[in-house]
Design a protein around this ligand. Structure first.
Ligand code: FES
Ligand code: MG
Length: 580
């Protein structure tokens, strides 16, 4: 560049919204006139950046019912910074209420977000999400639209309290449910547990999937520092939403887009932080999907490459504490500060500063909750990646929440062909199963279930519970809840329903697991495996019409993020800035 060019005043970028709102023709009239019902004066709307607030608020989603208040705070911030706030609804996803499961609708919500952003006169967007699938959905949609965006999540709910003790939404939910099954907790007590566990707005208060995705967003720099940990009911969450609204205007004016923030380095940061925090295995499938939308080359190998990250967070389900303590200990920024040498500190974030700059002055305020790197909980990463002839495209395991005795195991398979068979037989006192067996569940994948639900959390068979067995190897092509505890190997790819090798496994086949070496093998010859798969009847097609049929035609396998093929970025192509 010559000096002369350098001296030129910078060209002012034309705002996206101006293509709708600036015209003197019938279109300009139409676009402006139909914003008037909002009650905006011309002065309030013309010549200003328009910032959408994509809101997954819904009374059907308990974890997201407080998002209207966060939207109001974000609007305040947008107005302060000279923008025009326009809130719009997007499909919300309830982890607990949606059938067959929320995961099946993640892409539908992401398409809603992408289309709403892309089709409207928006210069930037605040993404409001909370429950497990809503955060990946808004990130996937915003990644595809590639209009400046900032994520605000709902924050963790108040810690549960039952019978005089703290109760966590994942681990205690499973523990008490097992106790009901064993007859140790009555139905009346179980009802009382319901209201003691879910006693405030906010998402699950363990390092489960909702929090893990909030953490991933903060670590990637698409959310402001401290976004993930501030409790849902803490007034500082409203302050954060207000600040996010202000930043959304600044990002829009500077033209900083999701593709500028969520780079390969940012994903590496997210993976490393998830590994150190004991994050949910579900983040693997969600991060792969978001990366696919951006054209960022991310595969399971990128997770396998981060196996030596020490676990520093003492949080359930891997550790002891619930999320309120994590906030008081300094939250994600404190954890990132403790592991700073392991991070790409030059990665740019929505603050306009780098990860390293954001971390200045931050440290763990409670070493019982966020350990220093010199005193980790475990020296290796929370999530292990396994491959072998049982999962040629990979599988994952939450190593930090499993019994280390099981990290190397060689035992006979005990196969359930589907979840219905498992539910029917698991508690049979005559089930010929021992703790040496490896339970294999088929039919829980993206196509087979459909929707890849959390069937991978296979309870210990009743007979073995009575014998005092606490953990055993369980393998499936399904997922587990982020709050799950135990040696469960999930996301086996390809899944049984599309003829993956897991389909061929029969009870008695010997299975070898070596978590350290990343190995998952079954002792069947290639010929035998091919023959068994060929002899299997084709998997049932669950839908012939509607979204379900589109889903089945488009969904990819877990190692590709279980996204729709047609929604992935096109190699070498930027998303179009404006609609046709
Ligand atoms: Fe919504 Fe756990 S059920 S975050
Ligand atoms: Mg969950």
């Amino acid at each position: 560049m010559t000096d002369r060019e350098d001296d030129k005043p910078p060209q002012k970028r034309r705002r996206r919204s101006s293509y709708w709102l600036d015209g003197d023709d019938i279109n300009g009239f139409n676009h402006r006139a139909w914003l008037k019902p909002n009650g905006f004066s011309d002065e309030a709307i013309l010549g200003r950046p328009v910032i959408g607030i994509a809101n997954t608020w819904s009374e059907l989603v308990g974890c997201n019912v407080h998002l209207r208040a966060l939207a109001d705070a974000a609007k305040r911030g947008i107005l302060q910074a000279g923008g025009v706030p326009l809130e719009f609804p997007v499909l919300s996803l309830s982890e607990t209420l949606m059938k067959p499961n929320a995961m099946m609708y993640r892409q539908l919500a992401a398409m809603d977000v992408e289309s709403s952003i892309h089709a409207h006169p928006l210069d930037g967007v605040v993404l409001l999400a909370s429950c497990d699938k809503t955060t990946p959905a808004v990130l996937m949609g915003a990644a595809s639209a590639n209009v400046p965006a900032i994520l605000v999540t709902g924050g963790p709910a108040l810690v549960g309290n039952w019978q005089g003790k703290e109760a966590g939404s994942g681990t205690d939910f499973w523990r008490v449910s097992y106790d009901v099954r064993a007859g140790k907790v009555s139905k009346e007590e179980y009802r009382d547990f319901e209201s003691s566990l879910c006693r405030s707005v906010g998402h699950c208060m363990e390092m489960a999937t909702a929090m893990s995705m909030a953490v991933a967003g903060e670590a990637m720099g698409i959310a402001l520092p401290d976004n993930a940990a501030i409790p849902a009911v803490d007034s500082r969450r409203l302050v954060l939403a207000e600040r996010s609204g202000r930043r959304a205007v600044e990002l829009a004016e500077a033209g900083v887009k999701p593709r500028d923030i969520m780079t390969k380095e940012a994903f590496q940061n997210a993976i490393r932080v998830i590994m150190a925090i004991g994050g949910s295995t579900n983040t693997v499938v969600h991060l792969l999907a978001v990366a696919g939308r951006l054209g960022v080359p991310l595969t399971l190998d990128d997770f396998a490459a981060e196996q030596d990250i020490p676990v520093l967070a003492n949080l359930r389900p891997s550790g002891e504490h619930l999320l309120e303590r994590f906030f008081y200990a300094g939250g994600v920024q404190a954890l990132m500060a403790e592991m700073a040498p392991l991070l790409n500190r030059d990665a740019i974030t929505v603050t306009g500063k780098t990860v390293g700059e954001n971390l200045e002055g931050r440290r763990s305020l409670d070493h019982d909750v966020i350990r220093p790197s010199s005193d980790p909980i475990t020296p290796c990463s929370a999530i292990a990646v396994l491959k072998g002839n049982l999962a040629p495209h990979g599988a994952v395991m939450k190593r930090s929440a499993a019994d280390p005795e099981l990290f190397t195991h060689y035992g006979p398979a005990f196969v359930f062909e589907n979840v219905y068979e498992l539910n029917e037989k698991l508690d049979d006192p005559d089930l010929p199963i021992t703790s040496e067996h490896v339970i294999v569940l088929k039919g829980g994948g993206p196509v087979g279930a459909p929707g890849m639900p959390e069937w991978g959390h296979i309870p210990i068979p009743g007979k073995l519970v009575d014998q005092g067995v606490k953990d055993m190897i369980r393998i499936s092509d399904s997922r587990i809840s982020g709050g799950s505890h135990g040696a469960m190997i999930v996301h086996v790819s390809p899944e049984a329903a599309v003829g993956g090798p897991i389909a061929a496994v029969q009870t008695g086949d010997m299975v070898r697991i070596d978590v350290e070496a990343g190995l998952l093998e079954v002792e069947i010859s290639d010929e035998e495996m091919a023959q068994r798969i060929a002899e299997r009847p084709p998997a049932k097609r669950h839908y012939r019409r509607g979204y379900g049929a589109i889903y089945l035609d488009q969904v990819e396998q877990a190692h590709r993020g279980a996204d729709f093929g047609v929604l992935r970025a096109i190699d070498g192509e930027e998303p179009p800035d404006l609609p046709l």
